[in-house]
Design a protein around this ligand. Structure first.
Ligand code: NAD
Ligand code: MG
Length: 393
């Protein structure tokens, strides 16, 4: 006989990861039950999700969205509706969830995710920004409360799988793979002219707009180096990045005997999401299994740091430690939003971040208040840099 279904809450349910998560749940309704959903707006998508999955607790970003949601539901379902960070935190810790899928985009996901870990609840983490902003605090909270932190990000999920092949002290290096994004191989003058539309056309993955731009600048890989360092307790010097345009090898671990263990699969996030939801078991999946003969050749090349400075900036922030990664992340969020709004060029994104990082005072990140203050200050600085004449329109 099977156990009672695992109760899950999804933060960011209407996004790319959130919808893929619900797709996995829909195929395993005997094993998974949705008890909470949090999203930004209370539009048609969230309404539909609530009617289909019947969570007891939901949350949206503000009062207006909450009124909109209640009107759309029109009595057909009556979940408790919260708002803002407090509402999302309630979905995480007061919905009775055994597992929280953290898939809000950006630093906005930090507090509810941290609250889940502090309450000892397993977190399936897609929201890498929270770990970049407050890596030590999150890892400490998980350790103290005995909470599992399972990576959903495909690379880290792959590493989690590869690590099952050996002991921690036997690990020599982590090798993160990345597709290189849509502008791989493009020269500097062409990069100066790329459009928002081109940046949003990812060659291998279909994802939300912010991470798609991060993939094009290689900041996504930079954030992932920081994420890997905190998740697996491995210093940046032992984390390599290689460009692998086919996105078939999702990452690798090299052990001290020289053996490299890799995880391969389709470029479909339902795979790592389901691994995190089913762990420590593996379930049958809706994702078509990888056909290695169809894949044919796999290629690997080093990243180009000169044309894509974001990866180096992220490593530098990690090296400095303290609130530097939080400042890097905040500046990146502001710069990416400005690029998407047509206010700055693609090549201005690293320029804005570099200026904000240059003012880093090296302050410690001992508390949530420390990192939130650094986040606010870096956003203010980034907006000032974007408004200045140094960034040409
Ligand atoms: P997305 O933009 O598609 O979705 C974001 C979700 O967060 C939406 O449901 C949105 O309503 C919600 N949201 C945004 N601001 C909010 C707020 N203030 N309060 C409550 N909800 C809010 O983004 P995505 O591509 O699904 O990415 C989500 C996270 O997962 C990001 O951190 C990203 O880096 C990470 N991730 C995504 C992928 C992917 O394939 N999409 C892969 C790896 C990691
Ligand atoms: Mg990734």
């Amino acid at each position: 006989m099977r156990n009672a279904p695992k109760k899950i809450a999804i933060l960011g349910s209407t996004g790319s990861i959130g919808r893929s998560t619900l797709d996995v749940v829909a195929r395993h309704r005997d094993r998974l039950q949705v008890v909470g959903l949090a999203a930004g707006s209370g539009g048609a998508r969230l309404t539909e999700q609530i009617l289909r999955f019947r969570p007891a607790v939901v949350s949206v970003k503000d009062e207006r969205a909450a009124r909109d949601l209640a009107a759309r539901l029109d009595g057909r379902a009556r979940p408790r509706i919260g708002v803002g960070t407090a509402g999302a935190t309630e979905v995480a810790v007061a919905s009775g969830a055994d597992l929280v899928v953290s898939a809000i985009v950006g630093a906005a996901g930090l507090l509810p995710t941290l609250a889940a870990l502090s309450a000892g609840i397993t977190v399936a983490l897609a929201n890498k920004e929270s770990l970049v902003v407050a890596g030590e605090l999150m890892v400490r909270a998980a350790r103290e409360a005995g909470a599992q932190l399972l990576p959903v990000d495909s690379e880290h999920n792959a590493i989690h799988q590869c690590l099952r092949a050996g002991r921690r002290e036997e690990v020599d290096r982590i090798i993160l793979t990345g597709s290189g994004g849509p502008f791989r191989g493009m020269d500097r003058s062409a990069l100066e002219r790329v459009s928002v539309e081109e940046a949003l056309r990812h060659p291998t993955w279909s994802m939300g707009p912010k991470i798609t731009v991060d993939s094009a600048t290689l900041m996504n890989k930079g954030l992932e180096v920081i994420e890997a360092s905190f998740l697996f307790g491995i210093p940046a010097e032992r984390i390599d990045v290689v460009i692998h345009p086919q996105s078939v090898v999702h990452s690798m671990v090299r052990f001290r005997d020289g053996s490299v263990v890799a995880q391969l699969g389709a470029a479909d996030m339902r795979h790592p999401i389901q691994y995190a939801l089913s762990w420590p078991e593996r379930w049958e999946s809706a994702v078509a299994p990888l056909d290695i003969l169809e894949v044919g050749a796999l290629t690997f090349e080093p990243p180009d740091h000169e044309r894509f400075p974001c990866l180096g900036l992220a490593r530098e922030a990690l090296r400095r430690g303290g609130t530097a990664p939080a400042r890097l992340n905040a500046a990146n969020e502001v710069a990416v939003a400005a690029f998407l709004a047509g206010q700055i060029r693609f090549v201005d994104i690293p320029a804005v971040i570099e200026e904000v990082l240059a003012e880093e005072d090296g302050s410690p990140a001992d508390s949530v208040e420390d990192v939130l203050a650094a986040d606010r200050e870096a956003r203010r600085r980034a907006r000032a840099v974007i408004g200045s004449e140094r960034i040409r329109r």
